[in-house]
Ligand binder design. Sequence first.
Ligand code: ADP
Ligand code: ZN
Ligand code: ZN
Length: 877
Amino acid sequence: MTSATQVSNGAVPQYAQVAVPVHLNKTFTYRLPAAMQRAARVGSRVMIQFGAKPTTGYIVALSAQLREGTSLIESEIKDVQELLDVEPPLTPEILEITRWVSDYYATPWGEVMRAALPAGINATVEQTVSITPAGREQMTSPPTAETHESLPPASAGMSVPPAVAGGSARTRALRLLANEGEFELGAFRLRMGATQTPKWLRDLEHEGLIERSYRTRLLPTRAKRRRAVRLVKSPSTGYAGVPPASLPPNERLGQRREAAKQAGRPRAQRLTEAQRRAIEALRANGNAMAAHDLVQTASISESVIRTLLRKGMVEQFEEETRRDPLARAELPVNENFKLTTAQLAALKAIEAPLNQRRFAPILLHGITGSGKTEVYIRAMRAALDLDRGAMMLVPEIALTPILSRRLRSHFGDQIAIFHSSLSKGERFDEWSRLRRAEARVVLGTRSAVFAPVKDLGVIIIDEEQDASYRQEESPFYHARDTAIVRAQREPAVVVLGSATPSLESFHNSQTGKYGYLHLPERVANRPLAQAVMIDMRQVFARRKKPAVFSAELLSAIQETHLRREQSIILLNRRGYSSFILCRSCGESIECPNCDVTLTYHQSDRTLVCHYCNHHERAPSQCPACGSKYIYYVGEGTEQIEELLRKRFPNLRLGRIDRDTKSRRYEFEKTLLDFGKGEIDLLVGTQMLAKGHDFHNVTLVGVVSVDAGLALPDFRAAERTFQLITQVAGRAGRGNLPGRVLIQTYHPHHYALRHACAQDYRAFYDEEIRHRRNLGFPPFVALALLLVRHRDPARALGIAQQLRKALNEANRDQSCRILGPAPAPFARLRGEHRVQLLVKSRSRKQMRAVIDQALKNCAEAGNDSRSVTLEIDPVSMM
Ligand code: ADP
Ligand code: ZN
Ligand code: ZN
């Protein structure tokens, strides 16, 4: 890679090679206008005309000449329109790792770079619609029959807001534009009640009656300023109240008069109680405070500040401030443990390659509660002590409220926190602090692997087996595997931590590809929770009807509560939440766009599709037969919560799931309240199973584990094993012994048996045999080709073409090709899905075969946009 400065021979660059975040895996040449030539840098963003649209692109190379042998014609090369950065936001390290991701996962480089930058930094392109003179003319001319007949509103898929009602969509659109002027496209569609750009709009454009234009809108996320006030000191008394010389003369005059009026009276008398509180709060805070904080701290109203300003006792100023996601957080006390022998040995093994600036991938296999987090913290501290940076990735936002406070208390302002539920401003600020090396440690979820940490010394991947490290949409990438490659290039030490390592990582540690560190015991000899299976077949036999809760689990909840300890109740449904079924005709209500049943949400009585977000009201009678006997099948977290509430009216309940997750503060608050013991029982999905360290939890109940085992995915057993082991690790983390109850109809399944015994090795040995016999990772490289099309015949046709092309490319039989077959979700969001699997012992061969086949298909005129290639797919669903 060229350095982030000028072209190698020192000549002034004339051309920029630009990667664009579109679905094309190549870069494009643009000419640099003279004004930009000296300022352009590799890693900077530019605005370019791409096709018909202005788009943000990223400069990946600069050159003085066109490449030799290029087929580009000088006069056809377009100019760069704007240079968006003087300082390139993409460092050479980030350019390099995003390049690797693009090559390895066959995903567009521009998309990876966009994912690597904080959302707030990207410029957006705005489309506007306006009426043309020809359009105006048509408005004033008497309406012809033709304009009125064109496309009635219903066929254009619109509901018409009253403001523009009357006439055809075309007429209304013209009238709206003529009366109110230019519109932003989205706003215009909204006013017209259209969800997509309707055909009549394109028609109007073709006929020259309206025009669309594109405008760059830079949304420069900037440093935030806030209003603050400080005490004005009187030179004579040192007491607030006398205006300083720096105030504007007229104000000073006014205040002097004021002061004269007040003269002779003791100053304190002039102050109301609230004013005095304000002054005191300011004094206690170094004489200055943000206005907002002052109002809070002194519990005064804004008007008190205004009065003090008028009296000249305080003055106002603008303070640059950082949007700090933890600004108001209470931080835990920093305990400085003496490391256990095992922790110390692990730390030493991490420090050795760190000190030597060596690349070292290490699996840290430590059972839950063995003190891995403490090892991570010390390893990161060691990197900082060497004046190097550190990165810690965690799988879920759910893990960050408590962990981020713990890390903040260790690293203070040196740590930047980076996760998807931050506001754009917070993200931008945290990212900027890293980019400027003001922060040297980053804690974040998946995309933080691209954080611009300076001189990265150590990367920690906590819960390395977690599927959420995989991005399941373009750009596809796996953050763990990306981190390993990044560590190799830096070079840095990368620590993969887990109580239940992925089969792949444990296998790598067995073959010597990774180092292996083991923490086999819990800190302070705390015992592992005792896990027991409850055979729901017997529960059914006893009760003669299906039950959500076994008597064992119910009495365990009661006992736990009586001991003033806490419980977690977990549901493992993975999208199999409650749905509606008609008892008369057996009809269940499915999503109109997807082959899945709709999930019932009690709180607002709606049915929701968790794939396409289709919402509808829950019916009171069966839409198929009209019967009133519809009922709810399966238990969602909401229903479990309700059942428990009825059963245990004096327990304080909380719930955490996908639906609460979207409401960040509520979600964080629930977790923090549970940590403080203000909630007795927490109900949730698998996101509750991970990483939390709640000392007073002594009971974990898994209500239904079987749905997860039954998934058509070769990792179903591994996932279930991990889930149970993880969740069992949530119990008994303090000084109290824990207990885990797992309700299942399959008590003999090996994943459940080994999970109950908490025997990772036994599970691994059994599972790895299956993988070897069936030819699945880690013994083969795997790729998934998914074909999506609205027309089922087209989907299958494209897949069959692809299969033929793969067969041809695979003459030497280096790959095994499976399919085409319907994907597990055969229809989603209105698209039919057909898939092909390619397996090979040689990753290189596999890629060669797939690349060749895709190329041949594209050349044969097949629609390549309907094909998605996933290298190393994680979820087979
Ligand atoms: P893990 O990440 O492996 O699940 P943690 O690092 O969260 O484990 O440690 C489990 C508990 O033990 C935590 O409450 C932690 O504060 C405590 N702990 C960790 N290391 C030590 C130590 N050396 N001495 C005492 N307590 C420790
Ligand atoms: Zn019915
Ligand atoms: Zn749907």
